[in-house]
Write a protein that binds this ligand. Structure first.
Ligand SMILES: Cc1cc2nc3c(=O)[nH]c(=O)nc-3n(C[C@H](O)[C@H](O)[C@H](O)COP(=O)(O)OP(=O)(O)OC[C@H]3O[C@@H](n4cnc5c(N)ncnc54)[C@H](O)[C@@H]3O)c2cc1C
Length: 470
């Protein structure tokens, strides 16, 4: 795409992932003239190499589990086997459909998309380098949204054969018989769960003392128990030292002289912000020691009229955080009153089996922050819908601030693990962010039989008068 000489956009966005396209769509809805510079495909990591493909494969895993347990329901089906090339094809179809939809939506909103590598030159000017030639475009405001790429670790050079990151795993056409997943965080646990359900022998190696660092300990215990039951080996508190290819696979050394031979290693140790080629000299944008673009609570960088959003800045690396930051940026550009994102209360969803979802403080974090707390839990084992589904592993846990009279006050955190909790977090998220009390929330009627009753029951119990939970 070329534009007439001298065209000045209201906003030029570099990067078309969730942070960038949310900025563009929200800005265009507000009547701004927007350009997006994207070096690959709009949708970014989330659509092409992250959230969407990972969840699509986790759904394949769920289908395998459903078919495997069909006989319990009196439904006779052959033991499932997986043709992963077909699964890969379905995933790609879903991604392609969403990509076409997003590109069409952006075009329909009058957003001009430039395919090429964008470099901020300063003074609102952006250089776009594309195979068919380069050009310079300018905007009254520039938003940096170039996202992130997988981190790697020394001794584990990514080769696409023995050592894979999420990028390579999500592009596989066939599955390795065994893997070591390095990193037991959200993405590591999603891959471990998905690969195990699809028939791969999985070992997780995590340097910290538990899986899913940052999640509530009672939630982590449920995931760890489920992984153990399903034959996923988990080693926590271990460092990995390197690997030695041994023909068809590789041997990973870890811990105190331990090793494991696997077909492939999945490195899942987080993502680094991507500033390569993004900034020319003297733009005034500050990059921190850890490689993030420095911003204030309104996403303003240290350069005039330049904002930054998404994985490029040091905030939770979540697509929906990028959406929120993009919308905040547009409001700030328009000079409208804007409320900074409250990062301590954003929703977190992890789609391993069993799923995890939470918002707000864990019990430990609340105590550490000095709160005296009231805590209640309701296990899904007592929930009728969970019994109907045959998915009873899990619980809902609510953490509230203790009032001087001992009763439960403001809800500080809601933590869920179990069936479809990623779709149930909404009420908990609202409760935490509205600083609601158990009395207020327990006025709401939950449908029966439903999984969401577990949240209702837990909060009701916090008023001192539970039905099923004491
Ligand atoms: C396996 C996996 C699963 C995930 N699951 C979830 C999930 O379930 N939920 C969730 O919320 N988050 C999830 N994430 C995280 C989520 O994908 C990221 O937080 C999100 O994509 C960040 O959005 P972004 O716009 O900041 O960056 P990105 O999505 O990385 O997009 C940046 C875009 O900028 C482009 N770009 C980079 N540099 C330039 C340049 N100089 N010029 C032009 N274009 C450039 C890139 O090509 C890319 O398209 C997952 C990530 C992974 C890897």
């Amino acid at each position: 795409m070329t534009t007439p000489e001298g065209t000045e956009f209201d906003v030029v966005v570099i990067g078309g992932g969730p942070g960038g396209y949310a900025t563009a769509l929200y800005g265009a809805s507000a009547g701004l003239q927007i350009a997006v510079v994207e070096k690959d495909k709009v949708g970014g990591t989330c659509l092409h190499r992250g959230c969407v493909p990972a969840k699509e494969f986790l759904e394949t895993a769920s289908v395998v589990r459903t078919v495997s347990s069909a006989k319990e329901f009196g439904v006779h089906a052959a033991q499932p086997s997986v043709d992963f090339a077909v699964s890969q094809g379905r995933k790609q179809k879903v991604v392609d459909q969403l990509h076409r939809g997003l590109a069409g939506l952006m075009k329909g909103r009058g957003i001009t998309t430039f395919i090429g590598v964008g470099t901020l030159l300063g003074g609102g000017r952006v250089h776009v380098e594309a195979p068919e030639g380069s050009q310079e475009i300018s905007g009254r405001h520039v938003v940096l949204a170039s996202g992130s790429v997988p981190r790697t670790i020394p001794g584990f050079e990514v080769d696409g054969r023995f050592v894979l990151t999420s990028d390579e795993v999500l592009a596989l056409d066939s599955l390795p018989a065994s893997v070591a997943v390095i990193g037991g965080g959200a993405i590591g646990c999603e891959f471990a769960s998905m690969l195990s359900d699809l028939g791969t022998q999985v070992t997780v190696l995590e340097v910290l003392p538990t899986l899913l660092p940052g999640c509530d300990k009672d939630v982590v215990a449920v995931v760890a128990r489920s992984f153990r039951k399903r034959g996923i080996a988990v080693h926590t508190g271990v460092s990995v030292h390197g690997h030695t290819p041994n023909g068809s696979g590789t041997t990973v050394s870890f811990g105190e002289g331990e090793s494991i031979s696997v077909d492939a290693v999945v490195v899942s140790v987080g993502r680094r912000p991507l500033t390569d080629g993004l900034l020319a000299d003297h733009t005034g944008v500050t990059v921190t020691e850890r490689g993030f673009v420095q911003v204030d609570p309104y996403m303003r960088t240290t350069a005039d009229d330049v904002w930054a959003v998404g994985d490029l800045v040091d905030t939770p690396q979540l697509a929906h955080v990028g959406f929120a930051e993009g919308m905040l940026t547009v409001k700030d550009i328009l000079g409208e009153p804007a409320v900074p994102v409250d990062y301590a209360r954003v929703p977190w969803c992890i789609y391993c089996h069993p799923e995890v979802a939470f918002a707000g403080l864990t019990e430990a974090a609340a105590r550490e922050a000095g709160y005296d707390v009231v805590v209640k839990q309701d296990p899904f084992a007592g929930n009728s819908r969970a019994r109907i589904l045959g998915e009873t592993d899990g619980l809902v846990k609510v953490v509230a601030e203790r009032r001087p009279d001992g009763s439960a006050g403001r809800i500080l955190g809601v933590h869920m693990v179990g069936p479809w909790v990623t779709e149930q977090l909404g009420q908990g998220y609202m409760a935490v962010n509205w600083e609601a009390t158990p009395e207020e929330i327990s006025q709401f009627v939950q449908p029966h039989p439903s999984l969401s009753e577990a949240f209702g029951e837990t909060v009701l119990a916090m008023t001192g008068r539970g039905l099923h939970v004491g």
